[in-house]
Design a protein around this ligand. Structure first.
Ligand code: SAM
Length: 360
């Protein structure tokens, strides 16, 4: 490994911040040795805060109907071959009840930007989940909404919101989205969510079309400055019915390196080993955990709709339909030295020794 990369990784693990051009040096200096070094530093930090604990989130994909037309996404509105579905509130409640019985204490309601889910429908659904399962966290991932809508959903009982920034470079953002999508609005949503008091998640795809190392450096700088509670990072995977069908998928090793770097930047971050990572490599989620991730999000959606939420080709169904499936997941984590716990899985605070300036 190049000496400068090693020096930057050591500094990043102590100070959790670098200059933009230094992040780019880290990306350009990616090598198996650099990744192994970053991984060890990330695992040390994660262990000090989270020990061997892995949090599970029950993912419920509530609708694949979307008013957006993101060029990379299989459920974009222009995809006429996508067979559309929408779960009714009662069906979502059945999923949360089943998930609760299995041991899930966080539910993630994710979907396309489906106009059916008005504030009235969502607030009554959130209140009902909260009433049935007061010890659970409710995470929403329903795309961009207005400040007043975000506020109503928070007041109804939603705790967290995942909204990947997708790329922190405006020019790159416009290469990935149709003209009506606004980079500024996406960023505004993220700052509104934080201001309202959500635990907020941002994130991006690795290897998205036209992505450069300079783009990735900006993503890392943005994460450093935004300091998210959660961060979703997964490889881009093409979908055959999108304009990006012919682009290659992102790389598993680079995604793992980025997971380690994000752990070094925000040591307390809740970092999922994503389904996309598990789709590209059979042991992708284990690799993610071993790079610094500490969250897995098995699918609790009804089996009948699971293969309709096809964001990309061959999306793996990491569903947990039964206690046996969950036990298999527990065993997979145990095999690599980690344990799934039954917990809301909130951000834990870092020991003082991890704060910049402390003598560690
Ligand atoms: N509509 C919500 C939103 O915009 O945040 C949530 C659903 S959206 C489908 C969830 C995430 O899927 C996106 O933020 C994007 O990063 C990821 N995604 C979409 N298409 C993908 C692809 N082809 N490969 C990998 N990830 C993809």
């Amino acid at each position: 490994m190049n000496g400068q990369v090693q020096e930057l990784l050591i500094r990043l693990s102590r100070e959790h911040a670098l200059r933009l051009e230094e992040y780019q040096t880290l990306i350009d200096g990616f090598s198996p040795e650099a990744a192994a070094f970053a991984q060890q530093a990330a695992l040390r930090l994660r262990k000090q805060i989270y020990g061997e604990d892995i949090f599970i989130r029950g993912l419920i994909e509530i609708s694949n109907i979307c008013r957006n037309d993101c060029l990379y996404c299989g459920i974009r509105r222009s995809n006429a071959h996508c067979s559309r579905y929408r779960l009714q509130p009662e069906e979502i409640l059945t999923c949360t009840d089943e998930g609760y019985a299995l041991g899930f204490r966080t539910f993630v309601l994710q979907g396309g930007e489906d106009p059916f889910y008005t504030d009235a429908i969502l607030t009554s659904l959130i209140r009902e989940i909260r009433q049935r399962h007061p010890d659970c966290a409710i995470t929403l991932s329903l795309g961009e909404r207005g400040m007043s809508s975000f506020r109503r959903l928070r007041e109804a009982g939603a705790d967290r919101y995942l909204l990947r920034h997708e790329t922190a470079d405006p020019a790159h953002y416009h290469l990935l989205h149709p003209p009506e999508c606004s980079f500024e609005h996406r960023m505004q949503c993220l700052s509104d969510l934080k201001q309202i008091g959500y635990q907020v998640g941002c994130g991006f795809m690795t290897g998205s079309p036209y992505q450069t190392s300079a783009n990735l450096a900006r993503d890392l700088k943005f994460i450093e400055l935004f300091h998210p509670d959660m961060c979703g990072i997964g490889p881009f995977i093409p979908h055959h019915d999108t304009p990006f069908a012919a682009f290659p998928a992102g790389s598993v090793p680079l995604t793992c390196y980025l997971l380690s770097l994000v752990r070094l930047i925000v040591p307390t971050v809740l970092l999922p080993a994503t389904t996309a990572l598990g789709t590209l490599a059979p042991n992708g989620q284990e690799l993610g955990i071993l790079s610094g991730a500490n969250v897995v999000m098995p699918n609790l959606s009804p089996v009948s709709v699971r293969n309709k939420y096809m964001l990309y080709d061959n999306k793996r169904s990491t569903g947990v339909d039964s206690a046996e499936h969950l036990e298999m997941l527990r065993e997979r984590m145990r095999t690599i030295g980690y344990r799934i716990i039954t917990d809301r899985g909130d951000v834990r605070s870092a020991p003082d020794s991890l704060c910049p300036g402390a003598d560690n």
